[in-house]
Design a protein around this ligand. Structure first.
Ligand code: NAD
Length: 467
């Protein structure tokens, strides 16, 4: 891709000047980036046919090389992501890329179920769909491209991306890295492809193409609804507004730190991050005190009104985000409402009623409203209301198993983290694998290679039962 190459080069140079020199910079040839969506789909179709002829061992070799390439380029990708989108934090985006490289399941996720007996042998194999069409967000742009690529290729598919236009350079850089890794490992070019200028129109071409068998959308409600209306099989990883509940049995000091750590990770961009706190009245003052001890600045009265004016917009009677402030540092947001806070301030907090727009909206900014509840039942009801039925993520700090169970049942989310920062759900400080596509809307939950397969029953009658 010719566009903005000088820009990428400048960022790469800047990053390298701050790094040790062991980093291997990818040459990132133009492989995989097309001007026309139909051409991209054709190329991905050819590539998938070639992948089908490779052994599982070769597939795994490809995946290993993609992991290596991500590790070599994690700092550049993080720097490019922040620079292009103006959102998030470089040090956290580096961690996100490490998680993708090291904790996204590969071919080991593809397993066979077998029955054998007097009537023969039956297998259920996880087969590829073919060409997958993937929509990726601006909030975790290259993380999602790379995570999807690992899972989808490990499952035997090729993938066509229509990345977020606001993150096209870093997303397409990631696509080129995938191709470079695949080809170095002896695989075909164009297992991951994208277009130079992704638009809603190129997205629609992808949705309608007969050569695309599965759509995977990671983004807000608009795009998830679009893929679900496409008439094709679709996986929808949509919006959340994760509440975190704190009851009187929690370790309040630890809860405060965990909540602030989770909510400020990449400046609150992850869809799983704590977006509002609901705490029982008895411990709320103590919780707020410890949140302040952990880099939070508490605003009150008119300051809250000013913050609403700044970060929310009203378009045709509907509240929406002022994108200018998404993923920005807390001290910059505070400055914009006339508060000169130190750079060490990483989160803005305030006490609010449950209908405060800053609590109701999914902000994706380091801003946390704290809603006081009468007791745990009240807290659970408020939190469930604020999650808006997205069934995405919710978190809780408590040592009471009954309370944890009650909330877990009622909230019914794909992710429910207890007594840890939200990012424990991504395998960072918690067990389990990583993904940046959490299929909340369609119920697959945390996606991995097996999510991108179809079930195929393979029956041999009256034979190969050799017990
Ligand atoms: P967004 O919805 O603005 O954009 C996502 C992608 O969809 C972009 O590529 C965009 O160009 C495209 N798009 C939007 N409307 C479309 C349409 N009608 N047809 C075709 N393409 C369309 O998302 P964003 O602001 O980049 O990301 C933030 C949102 O995504 C938040 O709501 C967040 O919760 C959600 N998200 C969810 C997950 C998850 O795994 N569930 C992960 C990351 C982000």
């Amino acid at each position: 891709m010719k566009v903005k190459e000088e820009e990428i080069e400048a960022i790469v140079k800047k990053v390298l000047s701050n790094l040790n020199h062991e980093i291997k910079v990818s040459k990132c040839e133009d492989v995989g980036i097309f001007q026309d969506m139909n051409e991209a789909i054709r190329a991905a179709k050819d590539a998938q046919k070639k992948l089908r002829n490779l052994s599982m061992e070769s597939r795994e070799k490809i995946i290993q090389n993609i992991r290596k390439k991500i590790m070599e380029n994690k700092k550049i990708l993080a720097e490019m992501g922040v620079s292009e989108t103006g959102m998030g934090k470089v040090e956290h985006k580096i961690i996100k890329h490490e998680l993708v490289a090291l904790k996204t399941p590969g071919t080991e996720d593809i397993v066979t179920t077998a029955w054998s007996g007097d009537k023969g042998l039956t297998l259920v194999e996880m087969g590829p769909f073919g060409v997958i069409g993937a929509i990726t967000p601006s909030t975790n742009p290259s993380e999602t491209v790379l995570c999807n690529s690992i899972g989808m290729i490990a499952a035997g598919n090729s993938v066509v991306f229509n990345p977020h236009p606001g993150a096209v350079n870093v997303s397409n850089y990631a696509v080129k890295l995938v191709n470079e890794a695949v080809m170095e490992a002896g695989g075909p070019e164009n297992l991951a492809v994208s277009v130079e200028k992704p638009t809603l129109e190129t997205g629609n071409v992808m949705f309608k193409s007969a050569d695309v068998s599965l759509l995977v959308a990671t983004g807000g409600p608009g795009v998830v609804t679009s893929v679900l209306s496409s008439g094709k099989r679709a996986i929808g990883a949509g919006a959340g507004n994760p509440p975190v509940v704190v009851d009187e049995t929690a370790d309040i000091k630890k809860a405060a730190k965990d909540i602030v750590d989770g909510a400020t990770f990449d400046n609150n961009l992850p869809c799983i991050a704590e977006k509002e706190v609901v705490s029982v009245d008895k411990i709320t003052d103590e919780l707020i005190y410890y949140m302040q001890q952990n880099g939070c600045y508490k605003i009150e009265g008119e300051e809250i009104e000013k913050l609403i004016e700044l970060v929310l917009e009203n378009k045709n009677g509907r509240t929406s985000l002022n994108r200018k402030w998404v993923g920005k540092d807390a001290h910059l947001i505070l400055k914009a409402i006339g508060i000169d806070a130190d750079e060490s301030i990483r989160c803005i907090i305030f006490e609010a009623e449950k209908d405060n727009p800053l609590v109701v909206e999914e902000l994706m900014m380091p801003i946390l409203g704290v809603v006081r509840a009468k007791n745990i039942d009240d807290a659970i009801m408020i939190a469930a209301e604020l999650e808006h039925g997205n069934r995405h993520s919710a978190h809780m700090h408590s040592k009471n198993v009954d309370n944890l169970t009650k909330f877990g049942k009622i909230i019914d989310t794909a992710i429910f983290v207890k007594n840890a920062p939200s990012y424990a759900a991504l395998g960072y400080g918690g067990e389990g694998y990583c993904t940046f596509t959490i299929a909340s809307r369609t119920g697959e939950g945390l996606t991995s290679a097996r999510t991108f397969t179809k079930s195929r029953r393979c029956v041999l009658a009256d034979g190969l039962s050799i017990r």
